[in-house]
Design a protein around this ligand. Sequence first.
Ligand code: PMP
Length: 277
Amino acid sequence: MIILLDDQLVSRRQAQVDIEDRGYQFGDGIYEVIRVYEGNMYCLDPHVNRFMKSAEEIRLSLPFSSERLKDLLQELVSHNRLQEGNVYLQASRGTAPRTHAFPSKNTQPNIVAYTMKAPRPFEALKKGIQAITDEDIRWLRCDIKSLNLLGAVLAKQNAVDRGCQEAILHRDGRVTEGSSTNVFIVQDGQLYTHPANHLILHGITRQVVLNIAHELNIPVNEKVTSVDKLFQADEVFITSTTMEVTPVVSIDGRPVGEGKPGPITRRLQEAFEKQIG
Ligand code: PMP
C-alpha cells in the first residue's frame, strides 16, 4: 500500500513510528478523516481548513500550505485508485527526547496520510443505531481535532459493551455530542444541536446538515439541550464524515419516538444523499 509520509508517497513499509514520536507518547498532534465518494474527496476544503485550524490552536507549524496539502492528498487518492472509503491524515509535533514542553524549533512534525476502502454504512443509515448516554469526561477544547482520544475511546467502548453503536455524551445533564459524532434532536418539527463552541468538534457533516435544514425551511436551534429532552425527543440522529446522517432509534434501551427513523431525519438523509451524489 502507498501512503503519504511528509510530502512523499512511499510504501507503507517505509513508514515507521519512532518510540519518541510525540503523537505516540503524548497524543501531541491532530488529525482528520475525509470521506471519498466515487473517487472524489467530499468537503475537502473544510477538512483541510479545520486541520490547519487545529494545527494553529496547538501551535504546531505545518511545512506546507493548504493548497499543497490538498494536492498531496489528491495524489494519494488517485495513486491508490480509491473509489469508496476514507482518507486518514495526521500530524504529530515530531520526534524529540521525551519532555512535556515543546521540542526545539528545528523539530519537524511527522505527517502521515493513508487511504482505507470502506463502504457507506447502509444498514445503519436505513435501520438506525442504538445509543447509550454517558458522562462527557473529555477536556475543554473538544473543538480541536486532537490525537488525544481516550475520553472518546472509553465512551465508545461503554456503548459497545452494552450492545450499542454510539455514546451520547453530556456534561451535568447537558448534551454535548457523540463520542465520534455530532448529535441532533428533532422536537416539534425543529432541529436542536449543541452550539459550535469549545465543548464539541465543529463537525463538517453537522455544518452540511445545518445548511440543508436551512434550504428545506426546517428551523434550527444551535442550543444546548438536556438529557431529559433527549429522551422526550421526536427524533434523534447523529452526523459524521463516516456515519453521514444516521438515525438513533433507542437510547439507554428506551425507544426514540416510535423507535424507528423519523420523517425529518429521512428528509435530511435524502437531501444529504443528493449532495454527495
Ligand atoms: N464529534 C466528534 C467528537 C468526532 O470525533 C467527529 C468525527 N470526527 C464528529 C463530531 C463529526 O465530525 P465530522 O462531521 O467532521 O466528521
